[in-house]
Design a binder for this molecule. Structure first.
Ligand code: GAP
Length: 478
């Protein structure tokens, strides 16, 4: 299966109601997207499969913390001071870039034109850059042109904090500033004691959460990949200091296995260690997916030491320690984090599932079938029911079956157009099974059930359809 173009995926997403541009009738809002009827089902299924894998086990509790948090949280976490990107403007085109991305794109252009040695030199310089002035020097010394205007007239590089600010309550002054959370993780740290005391967990244990996060990204790109409003699925696992490497390895393996179990092939997944560690991390790797535009991070696995709990202890004045019930040893736990993007994974699963194949059509011709080969647990619609023709009692039987199925799973009823066209409509949204009520059904109470991927059909008693579909759309756990 060849990788599709991003344009083909975006077009299907719009055409079939997966994703729409936010506020489209007003010209759209950059970096913000809405999930349509099919998209909302896929996203909910994706989150549900993650939730089950993470919380249907003894050692993990769930949480749903509020998006708005006390502003001191973000001082303690380091986000007020450090959560920024280096930003540069071109004075002629007025285009704004992330300085590191501008340099990376320049390096790639060098490489594509065979200037490997130069590419290597600037790559090393970029790797060592930490301050705005380091990026500025590279841009000036390498004489990087603006991709839009071709000019080399740049402003200084400045830090740009990515947190959205808003005002809490009726007074709009600096004392009422709160932030839209840029990650869900902090809601877990500040609730560590609450969860510990209200559950019967002992270390090691984890807290999982799914929720919206907001980042005022300097540039957004590649559809759902980098957006300003997105959703995360994060789990923080609290461990005894000294055991963090073992848990880091465990969770990396578990999370990699999860993507594989949901149908992402080995050749489109890779594990990449971070070159620069975030301010909180002692070890970090990304699980990356091969998107149509290249490799991109899906999920980070981070060993965060006791950085977060220690800082919240310091800033809040509340002890965030764990007392071992057997040894009475007292310590601040270390944290291993699994941090996945729900909306970014949505894009990965969509790209991974998208396929076009050439198949025989009527009278010796051929046609292109667009099919979403989604794992059945992720598919928005699990089963579609068709009467072969709209007469001879077939619609009545088909309707009855549909009414029974829809009480248990997401089903569709379709009686319009040729049967081949109905199959194509379901293929495009990834429906794994299509059931057809035909002449034989009226005689022996069997129906055909067609498999989306192989297009093969078998006959099944009407009364076994629900059980057949239900067994095959079950999410893989773990
Ligand atoms: N708590 C750690 C944390 O937030 P991160 O690497 O900044 O780590 C984790 O983000 C995941 O969130 C990423 O792997 C990605 O899937 C998703 N993510 C981050 N920024 C995003 C954005 N602007 N748009 C979509 N997804 C994003």
């Amino acid at each position: 299966m060849a990788a599709p173009s991003l344009e083909a995926v975006v077009a299907l997403a719009k055409r079939r109601g997966f994703v729409f541009q936010s506020s489209e009738i007003y010209g759209g809002l950059n970096g913000v997207w809405d999930f349509g009827p099919m998209g909302v089902e896929l996203l909910r299924n994706l989150k549900e499969v993650w939730w089950q894998a993470m919380t249907q086990r003894e050692d993990i509790e769930g949480l749903d913390a509020a998006i708005l948090m006390h502003p001191r949280v973000w001082e303690a976490s380091g986000h007020v001071e450090q959560f920024s990107d280096p930003m540069v403007d071109n004075k002629v085109s007025k285009m704004r870039y992330r300085a590191d991305t501008l340099i990376e794109d320049f390096i790639e252009r060098l490489r594509n034109t065979g200037r490997e040695q130069e590419a290597h030199y600037w790559e090393e310089r970029l790797r060592q850059a930490t301050e705005p002035r380091d990026y500025y020097r590279i841009i000036v010394e390498a004489q990087i042109p603006d991709p839009v205007s071709g000019t080399r007239e740049w402003t200084e590089v400045r830090h740009f904090n990515l947190m959205f600010k808003t005002f809490f309550g009726p007074v709009e002054d600096t004392s009422s500033i709160v932030y839209l959370r840029p990650e869900t993780a902090q809601g877990i740290y500040v609730n560590f004691l609450n969860v510990l005391q209200s559950s019967r967990q002992k270390i090691p244990f984890g807290i999982a959460q799914i929720g919206k996060a907001f980042r005022n990204e300097v540039t957004t790109k590649n559809f759902l990949f980098r957006t300003r409003e997105f959703e995360q699925m994060e789990m923080q696992y609290f461990v005894k200091p000294g055991t963090e490497q073992q848990w880091f390895d465990y969770w990396l393996q578990e999370r990699y296995r999860w993507y594989r179990a949901l149908g992402i092939p080995e050749e489109r997944l890779r594990i990449k260690p971070h070159e620069k560690l975030a301010h909180y991390a002692s070890a970090a790797v990304d699980i990356e997916f091969l998107f149509p535009f290249g490799w991109g991070e899906l999920e980070g696995i981070h060993s965060r030491t006791d950085f977060d709990l220690r800082r919240h202890q310091e800033y809040s004045g509340k002890r965030l320690e764990y007392v071992d019930p057997v040894t009475r040893e007292r310590y601040i736990p270390y944290v291993v984090e699994t941090s996945a993007g729900a909306t970014r994974s949505f894009l990965a699963f969509l790209c991974n599932a998208y396929d076009e194949e050439d198949i025989p059509a009527d009278r010796g011709t051929r046609e292109t079938r667009t099919v979403l080969r989604l794992h059945p647990a992720l598919a928005p619609v699990k089963v579609a029911v068709f009467p072969l023709v709209n007469r001879e009692g077939m619609p009545e039987v088909a309707r009855k079956l549909y009414e029974e199925l829809r009480r248990h799973l997401r089903a569709e009823y379709d009686d319009s157009g040729a049967i081949g066209r109905r199959y194509r409509r379901q293929d495009e949204i990834g429906t794994p099974f299509c059931v057809t009520v035909d002449g034989q059904t009226l005689q022996d109470e069997t129906v055909t059930i067609r498999d989306r991927d192989t297009m093969e059909q078998i006959r099944l008693p009407l009364c076994r359809v629900l059980e057949y579909v239900r067994e095959r759309v079950r999410p893989p756990l773990g």
